[in-house]
Design a protein around this ligand. Structure first.
Ligand code: HSE
Length: 445
C-alpha cells in the first residue's frame, strides 16, 4: 500500500460574502452546519471570514463575531486575506463592478447572479480567463439543482440536441394554481407575492425575463456559444386564461412556461414562452415552485433534473458546492480546470440564434367564431395555404343561447412566420371574433 504524503493540514479557504440576505444566510448556515463533512470533501476547511452588507447590524447578529462585517463591499473584493468572493447581491449594477473588481484582484468568484451572467457573462468570463481565476455559478440556474455541473461535466460526451426547462418557480406556481383551483392569473400572482416567491420585480418572473436569463446561460453551456440574452425570444404568462388551460387539459396537455434552446438546422433556438406539453411527460407534472430541466443528449437521450429552484438553503446548497469545487481546484493550473462555459474559450461557436419567425414548432390555436356554414372550411383553407398541417381540431359546445363557438386547432410542425401570416388572415375573416390565441406546443421526444 502506498503511503499518503505526510503534510500538515492545509490552511482554511477564506471566503468573503457580499450580501447576507436570504441565500447569504443559507450559505452561512450550511457552511457552519456541515463544516466537518465539507472539510472532508474539500480537503480544507472553508470559512466565511468577511461579510459585506448595508444592513450592518443584521449582518453582525448573524455572524456572531465569527466574521468581520463591513458596509464597504469593495473592502472585501480587495482584501488580501480573501481567496474567494461570494456575490449574492444580485442585479447588474454594483454586482458587476464588484465581480470585476474581485477578478482584477485575483479572487475566485462564486455567484448566484443569473441576470449578471446573462447580460455581462462574456465580459466577466474573459476577465476571469485573463486573470486565471474561476467564476462558479451553479446557483444561478435552478437553485439547488446541479444542472450546471451536469452540462459542464456529466454530459460532456454528448452533442446536446435541446434543453427544455421549467426554470422559474413563481410562474410555475401560478400556472399550477390556475389549473388546480380554476383561478385567474391576477389572483394567483397576488398569492405568489404574499408567499414571497416572486422576484423583487415580479415582472421578471411573469414576463419570462428571469427564465430568459437562466436559459441564456444553459444555451451557452450546451452549445459552446457566447451569452446572447438580447437575441432570446421572451413571452410571459400574463395573457393565459384558465379556459386555455382547461382546453389544453382536455386534449391531454399541460401548459408550462418553458425555456427552450435547440440546435436547429439553420441555427440555435433560444425562446421562453408558455408551452403545451403532453400531460404524460414527467416534466408536465412538475408543480408549484419546483423547477425541472430536461436535457436531450445524442448519446444519453433525454435526462431530467428536478428540485427546488429557489429558497435559502436549496440555493445555498449550490453556492457551497461551488465553494468546494473552487477549493479543490484552487491550486490547479488554470489550463486544466473545467472551462467556464464548458467549451474551451477559443472554441466558442458563432452559430446564429434564430429569430422567432424562423422557429419550427407545433401550435395550439383557439379562435371564437360565428356558428355558421363555411367557417371551418375558410379556416382550414387558410392554414393549408400557409403549409400548416392540422393534427387535431375540436369545436367546443356553445353555451346556452350562445351563437359563437370556440374552435381549437392543434397543428403539426410549422414555421412561426407562416403561422403569423395565417393568423392575420384568419383574424380578418368576418366570421372570426377577436384575436386568435396561439400557444406553442412541444412533444419533447
Ligand atoms: N424568482 C425566481 C423563481 C427565483 O421564481 O424561480 C429563483 O431564481
Amino acid at each position: 500500500m502506498r503511503k499518503r504524503r505526510a503534510a500538515g493540514p492545509a490552511q482554511p479557504i477564506r471566503a468573503g460574502l457580499l450580501g447576507i440576505g436570504t441565500v447569504g444566510r443559507g450559505t452561512w448556515e450550511v457552511l457552519a452546519r456541515n463544516a466537518d463533512e465539507i472539510q472532508r470533501r474539500a480537503g480544507r476547511a472553508i470559512r466565511i471570514t468577511r461579510i459585506a452588507d448595508t444592513a450592518i447590524e443584521r449582518a453582525r447578529a448573524i455572524a456572531g463575531g465569527k466574521a468581520g462585517v463591513t458596509a464597504d463591499a469593495f473592502a472585501v473584493t480587495r482584501a488580501r486575506d480573501i481567496d474567494i468572493v461570494i456575490e449574492l447581491i444580485g442585479g447588474t449594477g454594483i454586482a458587476r463592478k464588484l465581480v470585476l473588481d474581485a477578478i482584477r484582484h485575483r479572487k475566485h468568484v462564486v455567484t448566484a447572479n443569473k441576470a449578471l451572467l446573462a447580460k455581462h457573462g462574456n465580459e466577466i468570463f474573459a476577465a476571469a480567463q485573463q486573470q486565471g481565476v474561476m467564476v462558479a455559478f451553479e446557483a444561478a440556474v435552478g437553485g439547488g439543482i446541479p444542472i450546471i455541473k451536469a452540462l459542464r461535466e456529466g454530459l460532456s460526451a454528448n452533442r446536446i440536441e435541446w434543453i427544455a426547462g421549467i426554470i422559474n418557480g413563481t410562474s410555475n406556481f401560478i400556472l399550477s394554481e390556475m389549473r388546480d383551483k380554476g383561478l385567474q392569473f391576477g389572483a394567483v400572482l397576488k398569492e405568489a407575492q404574499r408567499k414571497g416567491y416572486a422576484e423583487a420585480d415580479p415582472a421578471f418572473d411573469i414576463e419570462g425575463v428571469d427564465a430568459a436569463h437562466k436559459l441564456t446561460i444553459l444555451a451557452a453551456l450546451a452549445f459552446g456559444i457566447p451569452m446572447q440574452l438580447d437575441k432570446a425570444y421572451t413571452e410571459g404568462i400574463a395573457a393565459l386564461t384558465t379556459q386555455d388551460i382547461r382546453y389544453a387539459e382536455e386534449l391531454g396537455y399541460r401548459i408550462k412556461l418553458l425555456g427552450i434552446t435547440r440546435r436547429a438546422r439553420q441555427g440555435i433556438e433560444l425562446r421562453v414562452h408558455p408551452t403545451l406539453v403532453p400531460a404524460k411527460r414527467l416534466i408536465a407534472n412538475v408543480e408549484g415552485v419546483m423547477n425541472a430541466v430536461l436535457v436531450k443528449g445524442d448519446a444519453v437521450g433525454p435526462t431530467l433534473y428536478y428540485g427546488a429552484g429557489a429558497g435559502s438553503q436549496p440555493t445555498a446548497s449550490a453556492v457551497v458546492a461551488d465553494l468546494i469545487d473552487v477549493t479543490r481546484l484552487i491550486t490547479a493550473d488554470p489550463e486544466h480546470r473545467v472551462p467556464h462555459l464548458a467549451f474551451q474559450p477559443d472554441q466558442l461557436s458563432d452559430e446564429p440564434i434564430l429569430p422567432i419567425g424562423d422557429v419550427e414548432t407545433s401550435y395550439y390555436l383557439r379562435m371564437r367564431v360565428r356558428d355558421q356554414p363555411g367557417v371551418l372550411a375558410d379556416i382550414t383553407r387558410i392554414l393549408a395555404d400557409s403549409s400548416i398541417s392540422i393534427d387535431a381540431m375540436v369545436q367546443k359546445e356553445p353555451g346556452e343561447g350562445e351563437r359563437r363557438v370556440d374552435i381549437v386547432v392543434l397543428t403539426h410542425l410549422a414555421v412561426e412566420k407562416n403561422v403569423d401570416a395565417a393568423l392575420r388572415r384568419i383574424e380578418s375573416l368576418a366570421t372570426v371574433v377577436g384575436r386568435v390565441t396561439r400557444i406553442r406546443l412541444e412533444e419533447l421526444l
